[in-house]
Write a protein that binds this ligand. Structure first.
Ligand SMILES: NC(=O)c1ccc[n+]([C@@H]2O[C@H](COP(=O)([O-])OP(=O)(O)OC[C@H]3O[C@@H](n4cnc5c(N)ncnc54)[C@H](O)[C@@H]3O)[C@@H](O)[C@H]2O)c1
Length: 308
């Protein structure tokens, strides 16, 4: 199993590290446009192999796509991250050009590759990859909901004063401060609805904190986060590589599901060796449906900024 990670920056390197530590890939190629940067990150990570006990070979490449040839899965993290006060949508101008070129180069060298898009604004970048590559929709996956759900579980556990392993929950919708739809009514602690333990006001606070999870970290760090994003990407890559049939909320091209068309947005999907093997349509309340519609309108508005 060969995995390429484009962008050896904060998220790309974190993602490569988690993939290596999980020890399911034979090779991870890390590629960056900055001279020597990916080679440096790869060498540093390889020097953790004997310490962390993995056999995955990590190779660095300065923009040489021949090294990525015949990748099974490729992750696109190349582009600029946001700075404090910025929205993800403000990154579109620079990142659209980068994501388009990178995806074309990847497919040229790995015609059967499954792409995982991370660069922001992620739902719009995922849509751009669909529009410009024409790959079938099962092979283009946007990562946002897996991260947002991890942040939701963190906030739920905090409110419940419970260990995170007790908690389950999911965030669907667009990967933006206003677009996320944390499914508070479906969240559970050991199969008991969290609404049994938390007031409506406290749950609303959990949802609000989840939605600004990325912005909160960007303010603290001066740039966007990388550990949880890297771990979330590695979870998706592992589910595909190991044909796990696991369910994650991912950004995918909708063709009528959830009453939506012609956009990529986060909904639950089953991930296996073919990428997105199924889009799961869960029953939403009228209020959740309205939030999803509003979120979709926001994503479509950002998509309208693309020069296609
Ligand atoms: N989807 C999510 O949940 C999520 C989470 C966190 C970050 N992000 C996004 O991921 C992206 C990367 O974030 P980061 O913190 O790693 O940024 P970073 O600046 O640390 O790393 C980005 C890397 O991309 C490289 N790059 C730029 N253009 C390139 C090109 N044409 N080819 C190859 N490499 C190129 C840069 O040299 C840099 O090393 C940002 O757009 C950020 O907003 C998304």
């Amino acid at each position: 199993m060969k995995v390429t990670v484009v962008g050896a920056g904060a998220v790309g390197a974190s993602c490569a590290e988690y993939i290596a530590i999980k020890n399911f890939a034979s090779e991870v190629v890390v590629l960056d446009i900055k001279e020597g940067y990916a080679e440096g990150k790869a060498m540093d990570l390889m020097q953790t192999a004997s310490l962390n006990g993995f056999d995955t070979k990590i190779v660095g490449s300065t923009n040489d796509y021949s090294k990525t040839a015949d990748s099974d899965i490729a992750v696109i993290t190349s582009g600029i991250p946001r700075k404090p006060g910025m929205t993800r949508e403000e990154l579109i101008g620079i990142n659209a050009g980068i994501v388009k070129t990178v995806s074309e180069n990847l497919i040229k060298h790995s015609p059967n590759v499954i792409l995982v898009v991370v660069s922001n604004p992620m739902d719009t970048m995922t849509y751009l990859v669909h529009k410009t590559t024409g790959l079938p929709r099962n092979r283009i996956i946007g990562m946002g909901g897996a991260l947002d759900s991890a942040r939701f579980k963190y906030r739920l556990a905090e409110a419940l004063e419970a260990p995170i392993s007790d908690v389950d929950g999911m965030v669907i919708g667009g990967h933006s401060d206003t677009g996320m739809v944390p499914l508070t009514a479906h969240a559970t602690r050991n199969s008991v609805k969290v609404s049994e333990f938390l007031s409506e006001e406290r749950l609303e606070q959990v949802a609000a904190d989840t939605k600004v999870g990325g912005a909160t970290l960007t303010k603290l760090l001066g740039t966007s986060a990388w550990y949880a994003p890297g771990a979330a990407v590695s979870g998706l890559v592992q589910a595909i590589a190991c044909d796990q049939k696991k369910m994650f909320p991912c950004s995918t091209l909708l063709e009528g599901e959830y009453g939506l068309n012609d956009l990529c947005i986060g909904v639950p999907v089953i991930l296996g060796k073919n990428g997105i093997e199924k889009i799961v349509e869960i029953k939403l309340s009228d209020a959740e449906k309205a939030k999803m519609q509003e979120s979709a309108a926001g994503v479509s508005k950002t998509n309208g900024l693309l020069e296609l």
